[in-house]
Structure formats: C-alpha cells, structure tokens
Ligand binder design. Sequence first.
Ligand code: NDP
Length: 246
Amino acid sequence: MNALTNKYAVVTGGSRGIGAATVIALAEAGADVAFTYNSSADAAAAVVKEVERLGRRCFAIEADAADAAAVANAVREAFASLGGLDILVNNAGVGAIGPIDGFGLADIDRAIAINIRAVYAASQAAAPLLADGGRLIHLGSCAAARVTGPGMTLYAMTKAALVGLSKGLARELGDRHITSNVVQPGPIDTDMNPADGPYAQPQIDHLAINRFGTPAEVAAAITYLAGPTAGYLTGTELTLDGGHAA
Ligand code: NDP
C-alpha cells in the first residue's frame, strides 16, 4: 500500500509546472486527483492521461483562479467526482514581477485575486468537505522570506500573505487534525521562471546550491506534507530554495 492509497486530492493549476508535477507525484503515491486549469486544455488532458496510466482516477476542471466562485465550485465538483477530499494543494499563481510603479490597480487586484483570494476561497470551500486528518498545502515563495532586489514587491506581498492565511487555517482546523502549511520554493524551472531565461543567473547568484530546482523536487516536498508521517507539522513554512535564505 502506498502512502496516499485511498486519499483524494485537489490541486489548483495542475496543467503545467509545479502543479502538474504535484498531480503526478500524488497519483504515484496512490491518490486519486482532480485539478484545475485555466487555459492549457491540451496540457491538462496530457496530465489526466499520465495519471490514468498510473492506474489512478483523474479529473481536470476548467476554473479561472481570478474568479473566486469558480474556484470554490471547482473544489466542490472535485469532491463530488472523487467521492471525498483529503488534500488541497493551492498551487495556481501568477508572477507579477516588475517595478512598483509599473502596476496599475487592475494588475494589483488580479495578482491579489489569483495569488491570495483564490487560496482563501478554495480553502473555505474545502474546509467542510475535508476528512479529519486532511491537508492544506499552499504554494508560497522564498520571496516571502527574503527579497534580494527590486521588482518583487507585488509578488512578495501576495506570497507573504499566504503565511498568515495558512497559520490561521492551522488554528481553525487543528481540532480536526487537519494541517495547513506553506511550501516556499526558490527558483524552479517552469514556464513561469525558465532556468534558461534572462533572469536566471541573477537568481542563481543568490543561492547556496547553484542551480534551479525542479518541479519534481517541489512535488516531493508537497507529497511528504500530504502523507501520513507529516501529521504533526502544521502552521509553518517548508522552504526549499537552494539556500536562498541561508
Ligand atoms: P507555471 O506558470 O509554470 O504554471 C502555472 C499553473 O497554474 C498552470 O497549470 C496554469 O494553468 C495555472 N494557472 C495560472 N493562472 C491560473 C488561473 N488564473 N486560474 C487557474 N489556473 C491558473 O507556474 P509554476 O509551476 O512555476 O508555479 C506554480 C506555483 O508555484 C505558483 O503559485 C508560483 O507562484 C509558485 N512558485 C513558483 C516558483 C518558480 O520559480 N517557478 C518559485 C516560487 C513559487 P493554465 O496553463 O491552464 O493557465
């Protein structure tokens, strides 16, 4: 029996990058998984196929994280399709990197809607549906712990907010032994932050381990938090950042 056999998981933004790696890692550990996506229908279909190849059930649900009602509905739809809910991974997020005067109110609202409000909405919808001993895992960023240069204000603000949100959830749901934690990756090689992009080397310059991380490395940490041996770990941050904060 695998660590997540008979567990049901929902991942937001599971069509690409860290989210896709997480869907597959959770399925490899034995879970049935539903995930949301926004625009990458073909990539979402490929992830479903991969999970089914592993012998697990998988459902892809189109839901824009900018729309809080759609996110909450997606969690409820996932619960109904899977037949239960044990794990919610709030992964969907946007970069929002640039100088402070480069963002108008609409940009700020969109970053807040996707990176913070959707996490609240998904967690709120999940709370009454989660089995006792369930898991809430939120994708923050190493930028919540240390900002190494200009252009990160909006993004770091949204990711730092998840630390407070997660601690609050840990307190609200702890009596049901539901844990809530933030995973804070450093630079990870995805479409959002490619390891061969123009901003890669300056990021590597701030690390103790001089390379980008992989989506699979983040997915492994998430799978650990989702698993039965992490039941006493709650209200905290798991930072895997190549030494960004060292
Ligand atoms: P990618 O841009 O590579 O993938 C993002 C995923 O989220 C895609 O599946 C995308 O779906 C989905 N998504 C994006 N916007 C929306 C939306 N509005 N509604 C629903 N789904 C959406 O990102 P990463 O994998 O790199 O990042 C995943 C998380 O990790 C984010 O929260 C990010 O902030 C965080 N993170 C990433 C780091 C990095 O260096 N890569 C470092 C630290 C944190 P679709 O393709 O269908 O739009």
